[in-house]
Design a protein around this ligand. Structure first.
Ligand SMILES: Nc1ncnc2c1ncn2[C@@H]1O[C@H](COP(=O)(O)OP(=O)(O)O)[C@@H](O)[C@H]1O
Ligand SMILES: [Mg+2]
Length: 214
């Protein structure tokens, strides 16, 4: 079990609306995802306020728990080896003084540096062209559609780009949406046709974000 002081000294990788990610102080190939303190969680609307309340009070709604459930659901759809092609593996969910901690593979480039998020490549001066990024997004969507994986949260903070002498590769590092969506009635999870349409729509939206940059 990780202690508060161990986590406080760990190197920060990034943070999202609900969690922050650090390099494990015990193994630098592992990324630890930890709940942001309640007051630092971002809420843009009433939906998110309810989600924040539920996540604090019921394990079932906690973000790390949701992603852990998503990993289990993913492995009902594809083998570990197939998932590895595009999704950073999730290893364990453990209790700690800071709440639930999710351990996942830390995606690194061939030179050992940490793979940057797609968001970083879009907003900073990236050496990668827009066409290269579109191609990676298309490959990822093809993978989702081929195995009917209901992963809809295609936002640029949830993906990282790994670079090596062989080229680049997109990895998804946040698969919560496989287990939990934003729809009140989750029809996109029940109908293959709607799932496909929604994934393509989300991919298109992501490409539009890239197109508008620079
Ligand atoms: N496995 C990983 N490898 C490399 N970077 C990661 C990994 N997981 C998360 N990150 C970094 O942490 C950021 C936030 O992670 P994320 O899981 O999306 O948090 P949230 O649930 O709050 O959205 C990502 O944008 C990425 O930069
Ligand atoms: Mg995220």
């Amino acid at each position: 079990m990780y202690s508060k002081s161990e986590i406080a000294q760990a190197e920060l990788l990034g943070s999202g609306a609900n969690r922050y990610c650090v390099i494990s102080p015990r193994d630098n190939s592992i990324c630890l995802k930890i709940d942001l303190p309640f007051e630092r969680k971002k809420t843009k609307n009433w939906r998110q306020s309810i989600q924040r309340y539920l996540s604090r009070n019921f394990n079932y709604f906690n973000e790390n728990f949701v992603e852990w459930r998503a990993a289990k659901k993913l492995h009902k759809l594809v083998t570990h080896e197939i998932a590895l092609e595009y999704i950073a593996p999730i290893y364990s969910l453990d209790e700690s003084e800071l709440g639930w901690i999710l351990s996942t593979e830390l995606v690194r480039n061939e030179d050992g540096t940490v793979a940057k998020s797609l968001h970083h490549h879009i907003c900073e001066n990236s050496t990668l062209s827009k066409q290269q990024l579109y191609k990676e997004i298309d490959k990822f969507c093809k993978f989702l559609l081929e195995y009917r994986i209901p992963l809809f949260d295609l936002n640029s903070g949830n993906m990282v780009i790994q670079q090596s002498s062989k080229g680049m590769r997109l990895y998804c590092v946040d698969i919560k949406s496989i287990a939990r969506g934003k729809e009140i009635i989750p029809i996109s999870y029940w109908s293959n046709r709607l799932m496909k349409k929604k994934i393509l729509r989300r991919a298109d939206r992501l490409k539009q974000v890239i197109k508008k940059q620079g």
